[in-house]
Structure formats: C-alpha cells, structure tokens
Design a protein around this ligand. Structure first.
Ligand code: GLA
Length: 381
C-alpha cells in the first residue's frame, strides 16, 4: 500500500508525501457501553487507512480518494462539510483543529486503505484518526493521541450525525501489537492486556449486511440509556451513568424504570461487568471463561439491547454450537457487520465451511471471513 500510495500521490500532485496510517479495530467485548462511560476491550488490527499528505503553498486543500476514484477541493477559510460525502471527514477534522487554534495551510491529501467499509471495523474512525495524525505530522502540531481521538469522535457527532462513543478512534490511536486495550470510557485511559490465545485464533465472519449507524437506531439506544439514567438519578444519588450501577442492583432498577427501558439498561450494566471478567480471564489464560462471556454478550445484545439482526444471530448461534469454538458474538454497533469468533486454529477451515454452507442456504449469500492480528495504533510511516 505504501509504495502504491506514494506513487499515486506523485502522479496526482507531483510531490513526495508524508504518509500516515491509522488502523481499524475489533472489539473483544464491551459493546454499547462506551457512551455510558463504561468499559470496553478493543484492539487495533493490521489493516486500516493510509493518508499521503504534503503542503501545496496555496489556500486550497486538494483531496483524492483512491477508493472512490474522486477528487474534491475546499478552502480552509470556507469549510462546509456535506453529510455523507467522504471528504466530510477531512473538512470536519480541519474545522475542529482550526477552531481549537491550530494554524493550517493548504495541502494535498490522498486517501487509500484496505479496510472493508461497512464491516463494523470502524473505517470512519480510522479515516479521521489518520487525517489527524497526518495533519499533526505535516504542520508539526504535536497533537496528543488522545486529542486526535477526541477530535475524531467529535467529527463523527457533528459531521456524520452519529453520537458514537470514544472506543473506535481511541483504539485506532492507541492500539498496540499483540495487545487488547482495557479502556475505561469515563477517564479515557487504558491498560494494555497481552493476548495469548494459545491454540485458538480470532476470526471475523462478515454477514455482508451493511449497517448504517447513522440510522437513528444507534442514537435511539443511546437516548434510551440516558432516559434510564435521568429516572434512576432520583433513587441512586450520585450516579452519572449506568456504569455506576452494580449488577446486584438490577432488581431495584427493574422496579424503577419502565418495561421498555429495563432490558436496555440491563445490557449496559451486565456488559460492563462482563468486560472486566473477560479481561481478567484472558490475562490468566482462561479462554473457556472468556469465550463464554462472548456468548453471553451476544445474547444480551441480541435479546435485551436489540441491535443484532437475523444474519448476525445465525452466524453467532451456529458458531456457538461447534465444539471447537469457544465463543462468538456480534461485534460493533450492530444491525449488520461482523461476528467475532474464538476458534481452534486447527479447525479454521471446517469453521468456514460449516458457517458458509448454512448461511448460503438460509440467506442466499456467503459470509466473508477475516482473520485478525492485533496490531499497533496510528503513526507516521
Ligand atoms: C460503534 C460506535 C462505538 C460503540 C460501538 C458499540 O462502533 O462507534 O462508539 O458504541 O458502536 O459498542
């Protein structure tokens, strides 16, 4: 990707670019907890977004997307991000950086990458983090990694309309080789946990159902949590989010909030606990317990939080029945995208065959399988 990106940059803009990379992410466990300041357990992967960038001594920023095979230009003094356009992320990040007082000048920028869009691997967070890393490097701004992640999150809120949490851009910024990040989304700090899967491997099964988080469902789930918190605050003094409520208080919670809110609150409360248990299990090499927690997480996301779909349920349930699979669950925002599976390495081929056959029969399409390697976070190359 690197030489190809540099070559394309050279032919488009007649200059040698500075190159930045930001990875996509997987999430081992801890779904829909980040925006309730809970715990998540993600990791960066070895594919993502590459950005080539160079100053152009103009007022104009000239952009090119290799994926879309399209160009776009804008002036730094007149930024008007258009929702749904790939260039929005570049304009959004520039607008936020300028508002924070960073001085930018015109640049040429090329976007490439090898991350499957819409598979739930957070290509848009990787894009924003790659842009932030590239601009910070080009103008020697020294923007801290955490701030790049926060700008990327804000860009998603303001310019894409998704009120997402911090997990995706944070992981893209801070990923580390062979490690998962036990991230506390209240303090925005993490602990690296070494991941030794012994004779098992992580593999994603892509349902190829395109999810659109901008679809109001994601924001609605977030609002449901906030509504529960508002009601519960009268009875649990001092709580700020659902993260503050221990699982042992679930019965009390159930008696206080309306029926339609309870399963949503229950998911967040129980999922936060599962994350801590899963990180502990993994750190002591107890893969069986870790796998069981993945299965429990799926059940909770599907039945209580209602962010799964028929295809994801099929893939997770089929996988969970196989004796060489320790755990399987839907991953990411939901409504499509991938499942994450912990599978005995020697049985990976049978895993793919069994899942593909069943899936094709039921949904008349075949899933894609994506092996993942836990990798480092964003950097200039
Ligand atoms: C999306 C969001 C994240 C997180 C997950 C669900 O990936 O961008 O902030 O909420 O969904 O865990």
């Amino acid at each position: 990707m690197n030489p190809q990106l540099a070559q394309t940059f050279q032919s488009l803009f007649s200059a040698t670019p500075l190159i930045a990379f930001a990875p996509g992410r997987i999430n081992l466990i801890g779904e829909h907890t980040d925006y309730q300041e809970g715990f998540v357990f993600p990791a960066a992967v070895d594919f993502g977004i590459y950005i080539g960038i160079q100053k152009n001594s103009q007022k104009l920023c000239r952009l090119y997307s290799m994926d879309f095979d399209q160009e776009y230009s804008f002036e730094l003094d007149y930024i008007s991000p258009k929702k749904g356009h790939w260039a929005t992320y570049v304009m959004g990040m520039c607008a936020l950086l300028q508002q924070s007082g960073y001085k930018l000048e015109g640049f040429d920028l090329l976007i490439g990458g090898n991350i499957p869009v819409g598979s739930g691997l957070s290509s848009s967070a990787a894009l924003s983090v790659a842009i932030g890393t590239a601009i910070s490097g080009l103008f020697e701004l020294g923007i801290p990694k955490k701030n790049i992640a926060l700008y990327a999150q804000k860009a998603e809120h303001l310019f894409a309309g998704v009120n997402c949490g911090i997990m995706d851009p944070y992981t893209s910024s801070f990923g580390a080789e062979g490690k998962a990040l036990l991230l506390d989304c209240r303090t925005n700090t993490h602990q690296e946990v070494s991941v030794d899967l012994q004779e098992f491997s992580l593999i994603l099964a892509n349902s190829k159902v395109k999810h659109s988080l901008a679809d109001s469902a994601y924001n609605k789930r977030r609002e449901a949590c906030e509504e529960s918190v508002r009601i519960l605050q009268a009875h649990f003094p001092g709580i700020k989010t659902l993260r503050d409520i221990p699982e042992s208080d679930l019965v009390k919670v159930e008696s206080l909030i309306p029926n339609y809110l309870f399963p949503k609150a229950k998911h967040v409360i129980t999922e936060c606990k599962r994350v801590l248990e899963a990180a502990h299990a993994l750190s002591i090499g107890d893969l069986a317990t870790f796998g069981k927690l993945l299965n429990d997480s799926h059940q909770s996301l599907s039945k209580d939080y209602e962010v799964s779909c028929a295809e994801l349920d099929f893939l997770a349930e089929k996988a969970q029945c196989l004796d060489f699979v320790l755990g399987s669950r839907m991953m990411g925002g939901g409504f499509g995208g991938c499942t994450i599976n912990l599978v005995k390495t020697s049985e990976l081929e049978s895993f793919k065959t069994i899942l593909s056959e069943g899936y094709e029969k039921t949904f008349q399409k075949s899933p894609d399988f994506i092996p993942v390697k836990l990798s480092r976070g964003a950097a200039l190359l």
